[in-house]
Unconditional design. Sequence first.
Length: 54
Amino acid sequence: MKKETKVPTILRLPEQMRAWLCGEAEVNGRTINGEVIFRLKKMMEKESAEKQQA
């Protein structure tokens, strides 16, 4: 199985959003980066499933 290539990306967030994200990452035992990736992946999967149902 091929390993996914990870591309460094700078993401600017409002302070309040970053603080919330840090809290969520800590609760879920993830890094901030891991939390962002997890949540974006869930959104991608949900949108893909919704498109297939349409």
